[in-house]
Design a protein around this ligand. Structure first.
Ligand SMILES: NC(=O)c1ccc[n+]([C@@H]2O[C@H](COP(=O)([O-])OP(=O)(O)OC[C@H]3O[C@@H](n4cnc5c(N)ncnc54)[C@H](OP(=O)(O)O)[C@@H]3O)[C@@H](O)[C@H]2O)c1
Length: 248
């Protein structure tokens, strides 16, 4: 019994801390922009689950796609409109080279080094933002997660009591830093916070906004639908300067 109370208090403290330091999104469009349809887009994290969906769907939508990847052999896609650049988000020079000449950047950056403090998401995103500002590239769409900032507690009880405090505290703290960096930038950005990700097919419909998620049940969405929503953000100003949640 004591151990359960200690764990519950620990979980409460972690979630409170993440909420306290987390980014609180305005609930209305913050900045204006010119919604010119981009032609050339850069995808970061293209070898990951969401990233592959972004590449495939972006090519289907007719974009000229560049993928910045650590290991090109993992991408397994060949297409005349696809350019693959080897690089690492932690290496500014490779990020700057990939950003050069793009109209927009999408990031589905993630990793599995959960059990010790890392800054991969925030340091990588700092490099992306710096390269975009230097290169005059304005639009940035970045995938983070429901459960960060003002969506703390909204991943459901399992995540709130167990997964986030025991497995992902460092990772979510880094996501918090990542979101603050994006929000502080002068770019035209959208932070996309999906619920738990599945590899299911694209349904083409999803719920998005500031009341997504629940305190008891975990909401889900496929990586395919996340990619679809992220690509929509290239051509719409509706969510600009905000961090909507996303679920089925
Ligand atoms: N899993 C969930 O239920 C869930 C829920 C909500 C949000 N999210 C978030 O959604 C995002 C995408 O998740 P996912 O599962 O679709 O992706 P993922 O499979 O974890 O892929 C992450 C991508 O980031 C790349 N990457 C990692 N470190 C890099 C570096 N230093 N330089 C360049 N690229 C690097 C990986 O490249 P390599 O292939 O070379 O490793 C991979 O392409 C993540 O931020 C995740 O936390 C996940």
């Amino acid at each position: 019994m004591t151990i359960i109370i200690v764990l519950a208090l620990y979980a409460l403290a972690i979630n409170l801390l993440l909420w306290w330091v987390g980014y609180k999104s305005p609930q209305a469009v913050a900045k204006g922009s010119s919604t010119r349809r981009p032609e050339r887009i850069l995808i970061i994290g293209a070898t990951g689950g969401t990233g592959r969906q972004l590449v495939e769907q972006a090519l289907n939508r007719g974009y000229q796609v560049t993928a910045l990847v650590r290991n090109p052999s993992k991408l397994c896609v060949e297409h005349p409109q696809l350019t693959v650049i080897s690089g690492d988000v932690l290496d500014y020079e490779s990020v700057a080279a990939a950003v050069l000449g793009q109209d927009a950047v999408l990031s589905a950056l993630g990793h599995k080094r959960f059990f010790y403090p890392t800054r991969i998401l925030s340091d990588g995103t700092r490099n992306i933002l710096k390269a975009m500002e230097a290169g005059g590239v304005r639009r940035f769409v970045c995938e983070t997660a429901l459960g960060t900032g003002d969506t703390a507690w909204r991943m459901g009880l399992l995540y709130t009591l167990i997964v986030i405090p025991l497995v992902l505290p460092f990772y979510f703290y880094d996501k918090t830093r990542q979101e603050h960096l994006i929000a502080k930038s002068n770019l035209d950005w959208v932070i996309v916070r999906p619920g738990a990700l599945t590899n299911g097919v694209k349904r083409g419909t999803c719920r998005h906004g500031f009341n997504i998620g629940g305190y008891i049940k975990t909401v889900r969405i496929s990586r395919a639908d996340v990619a679809d929503f992220m690509l929509d953000q290239l051509e719409s100003d509706t969510c600009l300067g905000t961090a909507p949640g996303l679920s089925w």
